[in-house]
Design a binder for this molecule. Structure first.
Ligand code: SF4
Length: 359
């Protein structure tokens, strides 16, 4: 089994896909994590960043019917909703004032009833009421869906959204790029190749984005490795990626669980391997996230010892304003504590990863 030193040396020389698959399968998980941590410290020091943000969905109505999704409701469903732009803007304004949020993260589904004017108003209204808040918006998959719905090019959709106030694109919808896995987890979404094409287009138009990877369902190590390599290659072409976010699949209330395809979340040891291999492949090209919302706050701090150096964000939602419990959000202090408990220096950043304050 390779030692920590050997793994670091291999990564410094540059892994190819088969090296990375070999390391994920055969290397000792602690050695892999330690090697990833060494590279993280070398390239990024001991700082762990996150943004103070609010997460909202403009609509939960979606026609894509992804078997991994517990969120969507089909058109006509009694629990379907579309948020009024004024309502979204009022919540963002209040959270900016009361909690100091600097980013709105907003996604929705593929809603056939929404018009270009709806999004114009949504982004403009947020900018009018909370001008200092950046808008990180719909995914590449939504760009493609609305382009087809409105009979526009993807470029036209992106440029209209940018004009209305969109600052960056969220990294969702990437899932796993490999088509054989994608056919199982997101059969009606754009292909992996299309996701990468839209991201490249957006980056070239001056709209940066994140890239996610949904893991822990039916994929194998080679799919994870291939996905991360394609993220790296995109970054080498455009430099427009801000953060790589591995997202752990939670099968609860999804079709994949109902059909018995995935019965339980992946083991924690696999989370560590995914984050570590991401760092060993991406090295200094891109920050890697410990996405506490998908792995839990405790494991997130462990992942900061395995190659991750960003905690994504506070992910406030409106439940915070109602003081109705915030199971799915964290305060700035809580995230800072996650970093500090493993000896890291927490820092608040903006959407574009400029440090605003050390905590
Ligand atoms: S496109 Fe998004 S919202 Fe729609 S079903 Fe798929 S994951 Fe859910």
């Amino acid at each position: 089994m390779p030692t920590v030193g050997e793994i670091v040396e291999m990564a410094e020389r540059g892994l190819d896909r088969s090296d990375a698959v070999y390391l994920m399968r055969e290397a000792d998980v602690f050695a892999l994590a330690k090697a990833a941590e060494e590279l993280t410290r070398k390239y990024y020091g001991d700082v762990v960043t996150f943004v103070n943000n609010v997460v909202m969905n403009y609509s939960n109505i979606c026609v894509a019917k992804c078997p991994i999704c517990a969120f969507y409701r089909p058109p006509g469903h009694s629990e379907g909703y579309v948020r009024r732009p004024q309502e979204v803007a009022a919540i963002v304004e209040r959270l900016a004032e009361e909690r100091g949020v600097t980013e709105l993260h907003i996604n929705g589904g593929f809603n056939p009833l929404l018009t270009p004017e709806y999004f114009d108003e949504l982004f403009r209204e947020v900018k009018r009421r909370a001008p200092r808040v950046t808008i990180k918006g719909p995914t590449m998959a939504e760009v493609d869906y609305y382009a087809r719905l409105w009979r526009m090019s993807r470029r036209e959709v992106l440029s209209r959204w940018k004009e209305a106030g969109l600052d960056a694109i969220s990294g969702g919808g990437a899932e796993i790029f490999a088509e054989d896995v994608r056919r199982v987890v997101a059969p009606h979404k754009i292909s992996g190749e299309e996701w990468l094409e839209i991201a490249e287009l957006a980056h070239k138009m001056g709209i940066p984005s994140n890239a996610t990877m949904l893991y822990g369902h039916v994929e194998r190590e080679e799919h994870v490795v291939d996905h991360i390599f394609r993220v790296k290659e995109l970054q080498e072409r455009t430099g427009g990626l801000l953060l790589f976010i591995p997202v752990k699949f939670n099968p609860e209330n999804t079709e994949l669980k109902a059909k018995g395809v995935v019965t339980r979340p992946a083991p924690s040891i696999y989370d560590v391997k995914v984050v570590a291999i991401a760092r060993l492949i991406l090295k200094d090209k891109l920050k890697v996230a410990a996405y506490w919302l998908s792995v839990g706050k405790k494991l997130a701090s462990t992942l900061l010892l395995a190659g991750a150096n960003d905690l994504v964000g506070t992910m406030y939602n409106e439940a915070v304003l109602r003081a109705a419990g915030a199971k799915h959000s964290a305060s700035v202090e809580e995230l800072a504590a996650i970093a500090k408990e493993v000896g890291r220096r927490p820092a608040l950043r903006d959407t574009f990863h400029r440090v605003l304050a050390y905590l």
